[in-house]
Design a protein around this ligand. Sequence first.
Ligand code: ZN
Ligand code: ZN
Length: 321
Amino acid sequence: MGVSQHDATKLFIQGFMARRIMSDRVARLLYKKCCAAVTACMPGQEPCPWSEERFNQLIEAVSTKLNPLDLQVANTIDDQTGRKMWLILNMKGDELAQLATEYSAAEIAFFKQLIEEIVTAPNESYSISSIHALKQLKFAKVGNKTITRAQGEVLLSSFVANGWLTKSARGRYMLGTRARMELEQYLLNNFEDLSADQECVICTALVFSGVRCTTTACKARLHKHCYENIQRRAETRNGKLDCPSCRSDWTGKTLRKVGEEAAGANDDQLRGRKQQESDEEGSEEERPARIVRKKGNAKGKKKYASYNALRLCSNCNLQGR
Ligand SMILES: [Zn+2]
Ligand SMILES: [Zn+2]
């Protein structure tokens, strides 16, 4: 069978599936390379052209092809870098099962423990130090399988490389872009406070890094890029900036932080000590789960659907940088 322009789409899907997550810049570069490879295989025929419009059509075509497999193409802004990212999401993302193809049961137990520590971190810091992360290895026992510290370090790097975790310049671990997107339903189902308190007042996605209102009682949380958007809009109007929720005056004020900047110097030490104390009181099997199971998740499901629609909107203001 001869090579045709459609093969560029097939090549792109293969490259995208292998990566699962890539920046907008890399996605465009990948498609350009796919077009060039296909053109090189079709001497004398019309070349496979690259254009901005064709890239948008490509994303739509890839999404249509993957939907029957319960996979979805989505984009988001990376909390840390501010870059636009493209992801292939597993739409059955209400459990951690999708990690099973990449990791063993003990490794998934370790990841689950890390997620819990990150999501329940004090002061909305949503981050843990690498020392505290490695301490969680003791909860990653499945049967008689354990993970050594050296294996744990490799595993942490693997979680970062696969987009499940992010490691900051300060060396703290946070939820990665893939975890925030693909495990959103899992997080909403398991951590009750999240859906009530951590929705961005601008885009409604969960905020694990960003800013919060200066008024203590106000629940307004915003991603950094969403905050910058309303800041820019305020500048083009009269320069006056209000909280979108409680309307308190934000003009010239430094907002409180959400994410690793909110982490206290001794947070992880105190948590480690508490974990140790509860371990000494009882065996690991008796350790009470701190995950708060939601009684019903109707709200979560509804929200997830609307969030997907938002993410798929190619005309939204989530512009890559
Ligand atoms: Zn937002
Ligand atoms: Zn407010």
